[in-house]
Ligand binder design. Sequence first.
Ligand code: BES
Ligand code: MN
Ligand code: ZN
Length: 484
Amino acid sequence: MDFRLQKAAVSALADTAADALIVIVAGDKLDPALDARIASIVTEAVDAGDFAFKAGRTLYLHRPAGVKAARLVVAAAGGESAKAFRKALAAALGVLKDLGARHVALAATWSLGDAHAEAAVTAASEARYIYRHTKPSAPKEGALAKLTVLCADADAKAVRKGLERGEAVAAGVTLARELANRPGNHCTPSYLAEQARALGKKHGLKIEVLDRKDVEKIGMGSFLAVAQGSHEPLKFIVAQYRGAAKDVAPVVLVGKGITFDSGGISIKPSAEMDEMKFDMGGAASVIGTLRAIGELKPRLNLVCLIPACENLPSGTATKPGDVVTSLSGQTIEILNTDAEGRLILCDALTYAERFKPAMVVDVATLTGACVVALGHHHSGLFTADDAMATQFQQAAQEALDPCWRMPLDEEYDEALKSNFADMGNVGPRGGGAITAAMFLRRYTGKYRWAHLDIAGTAWKGGAAKGATGRPVGLLTHFVLAQAA
Ligand code: BES
Ligand code: MN
Ligand code: ZN
């Protein structure tokens, strides 16, 4: 999809050449500067009861008199924020969804900033995405091929910047959705490694892929314990982006890459088990973020680590009660083989030490408990580092990809005590997202660290079942903030 910027006065929007013109309005009356032809259409519609200045309301006209564009959509936003703008735009694009407009021009009745422009790109890209990889009969993508953002002269610089960032984030989100949507028999650990290699080629990244023998030699006993139930070969993917001098400490992202989570011997109930193909959502979002960073080329170094394997029951699978030695040397009593995410992440977190990182962020569809706590809107953020927490809140606002800080107090660590190893891999039911984070914390003493539990945000269930591509936006903004 093509994104453009065009300078235009609000007073002359009706002269815009496009297949469709979207005008976003905010507040409870029209901006007096708005093009008189469009203003009279809106006023008439309000008088007739066909439109109201209420968030979510839209007005559609075909070949409106005095308007050059063949279609006009007016959408009401609940304010001038990027978030309100994005919502109104999504509603307007919904109106155009099955229509023939290829070139859509977009304007608001107020001054646009970079966040609005970025939101326009990500919303349009999100609306256009259709999963086809294993469904050739899926409908073709809609007609929309070009979006032109109309803005005042004074806003052009910021809008251009926002468009550029939005395109990179949207490409990352689309890649993450595409990877996560692919079923477990297509998106295997080997497939993820291939995808990382392809991305590396495109953006000049250094890609290494470790396999079982390498991982055995290094001593990742915990990761191996999860992988050993499956015939599908495990992969440990290391991808490096170099945008700063060699001696600049990198940001390290670690993504959980369980390409299918059956629970193992502690097997899950059958209902909705298919959704456990999304259990590599952390890995997908890390790869998506790498793509966005590869396009934006900020001055920083980034390392992405992805432990990838399946979690299956079999005669060679780990049994409840088995004790393994992690790469850190700490031993783990695997009380529940379904708490496998932390078992592959802990070895990756120890491996991260060798990069002498400025900070490490892990991303994982880690616990059902996080879904219970936060639902599907906020990702769970766990960190003892207040500065990182602040940067994440900032990034979340910029990207419109929210997260919520959860506790990480020492008291929760108690639950991990074991009589047979340095720790067990599960605690009691209550506070399950926190004990999972506390488990990871035991491996992160040597650097600044944050953990994102995206179990509730990486995909949607039900009729709209599919990957969301979150938290690529959040991660990209967070990483960009680390640039010199
Ligand atoms: N991948 C799941 C977490 C999950 C479950 C995400 C449902 C989204 C929806 C993870 O590996 C898991 O199974 N966690 C267990 C941990 C428990 C055994 C302590 C869980 O949440 O039930
Ligand atoms: Mn599990
Ligand atoms: Zn899992």
